[in-house]
Design a protein around this ligand. Sequence first.
Ligand code: ATP
Ligand code: MG
Length: 393
Amino acid sequence: MKEIILCKYGEIALKGLNKRTFEDVLIKNIKRRLNPMGKFHYTRSQSTVYIEPLDENADIDDKAVEKLKKVFGIAKISRSIECEKSLEGIKNTAVPALEDTLLGAKTFKVETKRADKTFPLKSPEISNEAGGMILDAYPHLRVDVHNPDVTVLVEIREQNAYVSAGKEDGAGGIPVGTSGRAMLLLSGGIDSPVAGYMIAKRGVVLDAVHFESPPYTSERAKQKVIKLAERMAEYTGRIKFRCVPFTKIQEEIKNNCPEELFTIIMRRLMMEIADKICESERIQCLVTGESIGQVASQTMHAMVCTDVVANRPVFRPLIGMDKSEIIAVSRKIDTFDISIEPYEDCCTVFTPKHPKTKPDIKAVEAGQDMFDFAPLVDEAIENTTCEFIEAKR
Ligand code: ATP
Ligand code: MG
C-alpha cells in the first residue's frame, strides 16, 4: 500500500497573479523540512501540494506529518492511500486501509474530486458507490452529509485514485520568506518566542537578538534562549541569532541615571542597538513580546519612549493579548516549559524599586543624557556574536 500526503493551502489559494511565487516558497520550505527524511516527489494542483515518497527511507509517517504541521502556508493536511483508478481498486485497497479511522467514527460522508474527466463515473456517482462499499465493510457506520465524524475524500487523478479519511489542521499563515525580514528582541521569557512565532506566521523571515549581562546573567540563561530559538525554528526555519554583551551599558545606567528610569533607558538602548544591527543587515522591522499594560515598562507611555529611538516600525504582535492567551500559544508551540525555567534575565538584574509607569519623553532623554552611551553602544555592536540556529527535531 502506498501513502501520499496532501497539503491544502490556506490563504495562498486566494492569491492572484503572484500565487505561483507563494507556492514556490511553500514547496521550498516543505522540502527543507522533509529532506532529511528521504526523497519525495512534489506536485501541485488545485491549491494542494501532493507529496509522494520516492525511496524506501522516505516514510509517510506521523513524523513527516508532525513536521508539515509546522510549515506556514498549509491549512489542512491529510494522508491518502494510493490505489488503482477503478471502483475495484478503491474497494480492495483503500476501504480496508481506512479501518483505523472508520472504526473510531459513527458517521461519515464521501466527497469526490474527479480531476480525470475521462473516468466513466461522475463525482456524485463515485461518492455513492464508495459510500456503499464503506457501509458494507463497516456496518456500524451511518451516512451524515451535514455533520459527519469523518469525511472520506476520493480523488480520481491522471494515473491513480487517492482516498483519504480525515484532515488535520496545518499551521495556517503564509510561507516564511514571502513577507520581508524582522528582528525579534528575544528574551528568555514566555512572550517574545510567541511574538516571533506570530510574525513568522505572516510569512516574515525571523532574525533574533538577545542581550546578555554576564556575570549577572549566566551561560545557562543564554543556553535557555538558544533552546527557545531552536523550538521557534521548527516553525520559522533557520534563525540568525545574535547575542549582544550588555553588561557595561547596564552598569553605567545604574551608576549614572535616575533609578526610576533604569528599565526604560535600558529598553531604549536595546532598541537602538537592535535598530543599528537591522540597518547594516537590511532588516525592515523590529519585533518585541510586549503587551499593553502587562508590566510597568509596557505602558503606552513607555512604548512611546522606546519607539522614538528606532528608525523602523516596531511590531508587537501580542499587543492586545492577555497573558493567559499568550501562554496558550506558548504551550501550543512548545516553548512554555523552556520559558519557565528559572534563569535570570538581564532585565531583572537592575530592576528599580519604583519604575516610572508614565515616563515623560523629555525626562527620559534628560536622564539618559547624564551619560554618553554612544561609545558603549558601538562597542556592544562590535562584540556581538552571531550563530545560525536550526530546528533540532
Ligand atoms: P518576555 O516574556 O518576552 O521576556 P516580559 O513579559 O518578561 O517578556 P519584559 O521583560 O518587560 O517583558 O520584556 C519586554 C520585551 O523586551 C520582551 O518581550 C523582548 O522582546 C524584549 N526583551 C526583554 N529582555 C530582553 C533581552 N535580554 N534580550 C532581548 N530582548 C529582550
Ligand atoms: Mg522578560
